[in-house]
Design a protein around this ligand. Structure first.
Ligand code: CA
Length: 462
């Protein structure tokens, strides 16, 4: 046999060095960026999540295209807006025939796994291994759905999800690259802390946001105090407490439990990073930490999300990949949850799926922003006036400097904010700056056309 052929044969029999990077996607539920110390939190410390910022990149303008759990998860998997992937509201399920980042990566040789909160109605597709919480799941002694059926596990949900993720890393086929989605239930409502942190913050008050006592309009049912329940607060409010005093008291109650839940998520990130580092997986693994959307931490007097305001719209996004991402960098490019799937395809060497509407931000992660990168983002919330929260449907545009929101009201109703001068969105400038409103309306129209969405039909004066 000629030498060259023998070499070729030998090469084909030898284990090939893994060139595709592993992708470890850690996502929590409702974890706002302003409850992460790497993002400058004034209320808590998250040393393990901060490691990703120190050893990788922090994205400061990563936004959700529809700030609610199920739709954001579908947007992440499909790389598409809600009106395209069909998951507009919490009640929608993802179509099992629809290609996702998981089906793509699986077909390209990745070993794929989904562990934790799924919340997409139908069974996960494209995953070699999955263990998911039914629906929202519970914090203590949770059931999990697996390929073999339904099984209950003793313990605290965040710790169990972490154990399962590490089990997968230990037991996987090491000859293949892996794609692991590790999705925490925490720190979603009703904020049940783990045993380790039940008494964290007992001896201190959580600092209040500057606009905690802002009146909450529009009939929104997301008011801290009036709308937080006994289940949320784990007790009835003291007799006679009303108004600002009730809000002050309820803020401490729910925020302490929320932050206690966050602390267990932070521990989880630390355990997973330690496992990667100890098992020679650091260099060739992209590690992401994000959340399905943001959350109001008493901001504007509210809890929950849904609205296009910053605290709800912004997703934390931290990434470590020593081969390509410089440690300790920051990026302010506008990135979206629909960009995640195209980015992972890019890393896997798969090119683009033309049906995905997002863009790969692999270059942005390296600090090399493409000159044609987007300067604005389109947002749309579809659960118009739902029974529990009474948030109107709305859509809008966010640029680096401004935001225009159009509410789903019979008479067109707009909010315009100057994001540089008024980062907390306290002053609606819509009536004062008609020229800018007109410019941003045109930008909404352009983006609706680009993404295949339509304006409200109930008004002709769009
Ligand atoms: Ca969520």
């Amino acid at each position: 046999m000629p030498l060259i052929s023998r070499r070729g044969l030998l090469a084909s029999l030898m284990p090939q060095p893994q060139t595709q990077p592993n992708i470890l996607f850690i996502m929590s539920d409702d974890h706002a960026a302003h409850a992460i110390s790497a993002y400058g939190s004034k209320i808590n410390s998250t040393p393990n999540i901060d490691r990703l910022a120190k050893e990788g990149v922090r994205f400061d303008n990563c936004f959700c295209t529809n700030s609610i759990c199920t739709p954001s998860r579908a947007a992440i998997l499909t790389g598409q807006y809600s009106h395209i992937n069909g998951v507009n509201t919490l009640d929608d399920s993802i179509d099992i025939k629809r290609p996702t980042i998981a089906t793509h990566l699986q077909s390209f040789g990745y070993q794929t796994a989904m562990i934790g909160k799924w919340h997409l109605g139908t069974q996960p597709q494209g995953f070699d291994h999955w263990r998911i919480l039914p629906g929202q799941g519970v914090y203590y002694d949770p059931f999990f759905l697996e390929k073999t059926g339904r099984k209950q596990y003793q313990g605290y949900c965040t710790d169990i999800i972490t154990d399962f993720a590490i089990d997968f890393l230990k037991e996987r086929d090491a000859s293949k690259p892996f794609f692991l989605m590790c999705h925490h239930k925490a720190p979603h409502r009703p904020w049940d802390p783990g045993p380790k942190y039940k008494n964290l913050f007992d001896d201190k008050d959580i600092p209040e946001p500057s606009n905690l006592y802002q009146p909450v309009g529009r009939g929104l049912k997301m008011r801290v105090g009036e709308d937080t329940t006994e289940r949320d607060l784990k007790m009835k409010p003291p007799e006679g407490l009303t108004g600002d005093a009730l809000r002050k008291w309820a803020y401490q109650r729910y925020m302490k439990d929320y932050l206690r839940c966050v602390q267990s998520v932070d521990d989880s990130v630390g355990r997973i990073l330690d496992h990667l580092d100890a098992n020679n997986l650091r260099e060739n693994t992209i590690v992401i930490y994000t959340s399905d959307q943001g959350f109001f931490l008493g901001d504007h007097g509210m809890f929950d999300k849904r609205l296009m305001y910053e605290e709800s719209l912004r997703m934390p996004f931290l990434a470590r990949y020593p081969k390509e991402i410089k440690a300790g960098t920051r990026n302010s490019d506008i990135s979206l949850n629909i960009d995640f799937a195209p980015t992972f395809l890019d890393y896997a060497g798969m090119g683009r799926d033309p049906k995905m509407q997002g863009e790969s931000f692999r270059q942005n992660l390296q600090g090399r922003t493409p000159p044609t990168w987007r300067q604005s983002m389109y947002y749309r919330y579809w659960m118009h006036d739902d029974r529990d929260h009474h948030v109107p449907g709305h859509y809008g545009v966010r640029t680096k400097t401004h935001k225009l929101i159009r509410y789903q009201t019979t008479e067109p109703e707009y909010e315009l904010f100057d994001m540089k001068k008024d980062p907390h969105e306290m002053t609606n400038l819509a009536s004062k700056q008609p020229a800018l409103v007109a410019t941003l309306k045109r930008e909404i129209t352009r983006l609706q056309h680009k993404y295949g969405d339509k304006p409200y039909e109930l008004s002709s004066s769009q």
